[in-house]
Design a protein around this ligand. Sequence first.
Ligand code: ZN
Length: 463
Amino acid sequence: MARALSIPPDAEELKLSDVEVTLLIHPEHRHLADRHFDAVFHALRSFGYWYGRYPYRTLTVVDPAFGARGAGGMEYPTLITAGANYLSPARRWSPEGVTIHEFGHQYWYGMVATNEPEEAFLDEGFNSYSTGCVLEHAYGPNRDSTDLAPGVAWLGVPLLEIPRRPDPTTRQPPSRGATAQLMDAVWLRPFGPSDDLALNAIRDLPFLNYANEAPIDEETGWRRRYLRAPQADELARRSWEYLDTESYGLNSYARTALMLRTLEGILGPDLMLKTMRGYFQKHRFKHPTVTDFMATVDEITGRKMEPFFRQAIFGSGLLDYSVSDLSSEPRAAPRGLFGAAGARRTETDAGAAKPPDDDANRRNKVLLSRRGDFVWPQDVELRYESGAPARRSWDGVYRWLRYDEPGPKLRSARVDPEGRLALDVNHSNNSRARESRPMAGITWWCRLLQWMQHVVYFYSGVS
Ligand SMILES: [Zn+2]
């Protein structure tokens, strides 16, 4: 789920200082200069308000020469190197992403001077998380991953747009073209929004949908990387002790960002902001370790977060809770012996009256499962055919929990209904509905079939 952290309410009282930003850019990239500046200004402002003022008077951004990409994406105090392609579609967040990321290193490793070889995640991972927050805040929650046909639109309306997951916390509502609304109605609505990785991967294929905007938000991007090898290592290792380069990368960057996004989900955005700010303020120009970070979290939140950190940083168990089964049946009439001595009567199956099919008084059963080894309390939401949804809490400790209770006809159940636990490795098993909706599958099958036809047609033309 994408979230945009807000500027603290007292932000106007936080005085940021002037910074002279110099951009050294190659002539062939001159058209991207404003985008570099914009990105730097967004970063200066967000990092400044969220964590603390950028204390230096200058910042120099270097655009590496063609063929010198290896020199790009580097960070030194007050000097960063970025990187750009000549063709950089406006909504792909490149060069913005790398410019903001390298700026972020002024904070995470520059001022909060952690040990890069021994605790790379404190640097790259914290910076990935912060970069994502700035990108979401400055440019909206989504990043386009394919934009192969920029400008392909009809009267300014995208020819086809995929429904986005509505996000109540988003500052900017997603744009909804007229065509998109029409397509929702006739074709895409039955599927509805999704954050399923496999489906999103298909959705991003340009031949599938001819979409000029295929959004992948920051969290989905991190998840895609983390899920390549979620159990190869524990998150915190010394750089040279990870299984391989890929595991070093996914743990140091994406998994740490997901860990922090999950912590944000648990604490709430405001307390998370306060925590990150406290960590920066307390440890800038020092050399903190992960122990210092964890102590700062406990100190600021007033909570003991050791169970979370033990599993999320020093463990490799998967966080995966699911709704495994769900039913809502008419309640059976009671059977057995009833009444006091003398007036005792026996109700048997044969004699029992058929229970009325009363939708307001059903026997609802929900089976929740913990599929991974990561133990964390779960919020559960039960939705009914009528009436308000109900909330339950589960400590999540034992392997399963079953609710068996009377109530209105149950429609669906969901664990982690707000999607707070970004580390949950399978979001698609988080909910279950009593009635299946085959239209979702049929819609996807039709889209896949259409996509395959296009691919075959395309290659038959080029060969
Ligand atoms: Zn970095």
